[in-house]
Ligand binder design. Structure first.
Ligand code: DGL
Length: 276
């Protein structure tokens, strides 16, 4: 039993799709969410930058006293998880491993992956999938604009639909009916993706696979929260105009963000701006 919070980080609002699933599967757990809006987007950064930001995020969450950290970001998982796991003692869970385990359990032999440019460039999904399922066929598609459009609160706009249409072409051509949403911003586009593909498709939301994995992990390690005092805190490294509104759409309720936080000169999060 451990009543400390679960720490979750992403570059911005996308990781809330993971938070939403963790809430559903682990309703008793306290959560601290960190959106590194100051360094968003991660998708076009170098591996070295992603590692640097991720280390900073983990250190911030450790300072806040969490018991486990979930990297609710495909880009950071694909390029920084090994470094983080070897540098820190705290358990760190990314989105790739739990999802690969799910795909293996389903015996899938062909899969599509959509993710940021950085994630696709790293080859991490294909590599991990093939390590577990050597015969699997993987079709990758980098979607450079999607996280940015979502972060601007424009996922449902004509622009959002136009890029989805283009990004779905390789899957449509081959009738691929299982696609990993390899970036945590992408569940926001679920409806448009289905409409643009126009056939039955399983869109694999990594929030679902990660939250189930985490549930088992906490149980096996005896780290579950036994109290019923649920507490959630959201921290951002830079004020973000659309955060509250997008969060409301993802979580289907008003999020209790009382303040936006930013780093001070000592790299500690300090309250910068209070919502009215
Ligand atoms: N949500 C993130 C991911 O899963 C990051 C998108 C970005 O910052 O470019 O990849």
């Amino acid at each position: 039993m451990n009543n400390k919070a679960i720490g979750i980080f992403d570059s911005g609002v996308g990781g809330l799709t993971v938070l939403a699933e963790i809430r559903k599967n682990l309703p008793n757990e306290n959560i601290i969410y960190l959106g590194d809006t100051k360094n968003f987007p991660y998708g076009n950064k170098t591996k070295e930058q992603i590692i640097e930001f991720s280390i900073q995020n983990v250190e911030t969450l450790i300072q806040k006293g969490v018991k486990v950290i979930v990297i609710a970001c495909g880009t950071a998982t694909s390029q920084a998880i090994e470094e983080l796991q070897s540098k820190f003692e705290i358990p760190i869970i990314g989105i790739i491993e739990p999802t690969v385990q799910y795909i293996q359990s389903q015996n899938y032999k062909e899969i599509g992956v959509i993710a940021t440019q950085g994630t696709i460039r790293s080859g991490a999904w294909e590599q991990k999938l093939k390590q577990s399922i050597p015969e699997i066929k993987v079709t990758n598609k980098a979607c450079p604009m999607l996280a940015e459009i979502a972060e601007e609160g424009k996922a449902q706009s004509e622009q959002g639909r136009k890029v989805i249409k283009e990004y779905m072409e390789p899957f449509k051509e081959r009738n691929i009916d299982k696609i990993i949403l390899g970036c945590t911003h992408y569940p926001i586009y679920e409806k448009i993706i289905r409409e643009e593909l126009g056939y039955e498709v399983e869109l694999i939301n990594t929030g679902v696979t990660v939250s189930k994995y985490l549930q088992k992990y906490l149980k096996d390690k005896g780290l579950e929260n036994q109290e019923k005092s649920k507490n959630e805190k959201i921290f951002l490294t830079k004020p973000e105009k659309h955060f509250k509104e997008i969060a409301k759409n993802i979580l289907d309720e008003n999020l209790d963000i009382q303040a936006i936080w930013g780093y001070n000169n000592n790299m500690r999060l300090r309250r910068k701006y209070v919502f009215d």
